[in-house]
Ligand binder design. Structure first.
Ligand code: A2P
Length: 277
């Protein structure tokens, strides 16, 4: 049964973006094609991909095979470090458009800041040009830490959105405060912890049982209830429906505080000052 399509958030330039969409990592082209069509038919309107996922062709195929008009969908993609230059961004954008077989992208993101390369400012200026040209509707960053964002902000450049790893186990309080104060939308990746132990957490299970929901729904509700956008990955239609069905219940302040208290240090967490592609 199709679920109702979810709410949107408004980016700083007025563009409306679905708050919850489908993540596609680590699907290959064939898997992405099936999952994207299925998700759209179930009510998803945002699809999140990246050059690095190597599934943009599959995502495009999934979009073409679905019964929803292109303009009613929101497509995000991201580019790698080799394109961090004013002209490189234009080149990678057109390569993504070709793979997706689309004529515009809704949101184009710098995938990682790669501070060792020190070219993300040029890349961002390249994004501003694409926005002016109308090839993209909104622009932003992914995995930028406060210092990276601050560097753009100091130059008068403000991304519409910064997509980051963020879940009850991985709190990013300093980033969230900065993004909120600057009007940079917050979108989480790996919101379910990608099959790690978070979904088995006893505290999350107690809250899930109380609401008659699944642990995944509690974790997603924690995100959307505080205004974060997110894009959980699932290739399973039942879990796709479950993940989109988080707008019809509310966690109490006490439950939100309990979930907040699960934050911890994760030595495995990728550090954008050390890792990037
Ligand atoms: P599957 O594709 O078989 O549903 P994340 O978005 O945090 O990276 O998490 C994705 C992982 O979580 C995938 O392994 C996905 O598997 C699984 N997953 C997605 N939705 C749910 C759900 N509602 N409950 C449990 N696991 C889920």
């Amino acid at each position: 049964m199709p679920v109702q399509k979810g709410p949107t958030i408004t980016l700083a330039n007025g563009v409306e973006m679905p708050q919850l969409g489908l993540g596609t990592w680590p699907m290959n082209d064939a898997e992405a094609a099936v999952a994207v069509t299925t998700a759209i038919e179930l009510g998803y309107r945002l699809i999140d991909t990246a050059e690095n996922y190597q599934n943009e062709r599959g995502v495009g195929e999934g979009i073409r095979n679905a019964s929803v008009k292109r303009e009613d969908l929101f497509v995000t993609t991201k580019f790698n470090r080799e394109w961090h230059s004013f002209n490189g961004v234009k080149e990678t954008c057109h390569a993504s458009l070709k793979r997706l077989e689309l004529d515009y992208i809704d949101l184009l993101l710098i995938h990682w800041p790669n501070p060792d390369q020190n070219q993300f400012v040029d890349a961002y200026l390249g994004l501003v040009r694409l926005l002016d040209e109308g090839v993209v509707r909104a622009i932003g960053t992914s995995n930028f830490k406060p210092a990276h964002l601050q560097r753009l902000i100091n130059l008068g450049l403000k991304p519409h959105l910064n997509q980051i790893q963020l879940d009850p186990y991985h709190r990013r309080d300093e980033l969230i405060e900065l993004q909120r104060s600057q009007g940079i939308a917050i979108q989480s990746w790996r919101p379910l912890g990608c099959g790690n132990e978070m979904l088995s957490d006893p505290t999350i299970h107690v809250i899930a049982d109380h609401h008659g929901r699944t642990p995944a729904q509690i974790v997603l509700r924690w995100a959307v209830q505080q205004g974060f956008a997110t894009a959980p990955k699932s290739a399973n239609p039942e879990r796709m429906i479950q993940n989109l069905s988080v707008f019809d219940f509310t966690l109490s302040d006490g439950e939100m505080t309990l979930l907040d208290s699960l934050g911890r240090n994760d030595p495995q967490m990728l550090d954008a000052d050390q890792f990037g592609h």
